[in-house]
Design a protein around this ligand. Structure first.
Ligand SMILES: *Cc1c(COP(=O)(O)O)cnc(C)c1O
Length: 251
């Protein structure tokens, strides 16, 4: 596992770095929430823990991190037994192949990245067979990017209606990863667009469709996401430091 590559000294250093970063991130979340007329308690900070050694994740949980998200099935499985999840919720946030759904059983409480009927059907099949249910968010390809997963905005409602009929799934909201850009104003426009969909769909009161969570915003833009209406932010590098290899988000 990754942590074997780090010396005790490096691990200690990363834990100390996390302590500082966690305070900064919490402060910014509080400010953004207040600015948006909301309370900080309404916002869930989900730590995106890909490539982060288990020891560092567990230190984060001891500090008070209540939600973590992994985005590769294999990495989640290799870390899982060592994670201290008694006081922490574990979710899946990455691209999910249908043949790997089974491996998530007993490990995650929500799958944030469901962007197709085929994937939803497989999740429903796997969890009904176990007599269980699974919370999901629908991933929206809000920037209409060709290489990104997620449903196109114009197909969102019909997908929701179809998925709502599957037996073992509880739709809890929406998730998005807007196109990478250095223009925060562009990103904010995508966030606002997502928030509008989140509210509009909620108002339609579709059967078996709950709009409890809007998951958007990462290290570069979580404050803006909160100001735009997100109530889950997925923060990786702003907590844990830069990753050794680049993220492959949503692809
Ligand atoms: C890695 C990842 C994040 C966090 O990215 P940072 O920019 O490091 O905060 C959020 N969401 C998903 C789906 C990710 O894969």
């Amino acid at each position: 596992m990754t942590e074997k590559l780090l010396s005790d000294r490096e691990l200690l250093e990363r834990c100390r770095e996390l302590e500082e970063h966690y305070e900064v991130v919490r402060g910014r979340i509080q400010d953004a929430a207040r600015k948006a007329g909301r309370t900080p308690e309404e916002i869930t900070l989900l730590a995106a823990t890909k490539t982060v050694p288990v020891e560092v994740i567990n230190h984060g949980i001891a500090l008070g991190i209540t939600h973590i998200g992994e985005n590769r099935v294999q990495e989640l499985c290799s870390k899982f037994e060592a994670l201290h999840l008694n006081d922490c919720h574990c979710q899946f946030i990455g691209h999910l192949q249908t043949n790997k759904v089974r491996q998530l059983a007993g490990k995650v409480e929500m799958i944030q990245s469901v962007g197709s009927l085929k994937l939803a059907q497989e999740i429903s099949k796997v969890f009904s067979a176990r007599g269980e249910r699974m919370d999901i968010l629908i991933e929206v390809n809000i920037g209409r990017e060709e290489n990104k997963s997620g449903v196109l905005p114009e197909n969102l409602e019909s997908l929701l209606v179809q998925i709502a009929q599957l037996p073992a799934l509880d739709i809890q909201g929406l998730m998005a990863i807007p196109p990478a850009t250095h223009e925060l104003s562009e990103t904010k426009a995508y966030f606002s667009n997502m928030y509008k969909k989140f509210i509009d769909i909620g108002a339609k009161k579709l059967d078996n469709v709950n709009m409890n969570f809007l998951s958007m915003g990462m290290s570069a833009d979580y404050a803006e996401a909160i100001e735009s209406g997100a109530n889950i932010v997925r923060v990786g590098s702003a907590l844990f430091g830069a990753r050794a290899y680049p993220p492959r988000m949503g692809v």
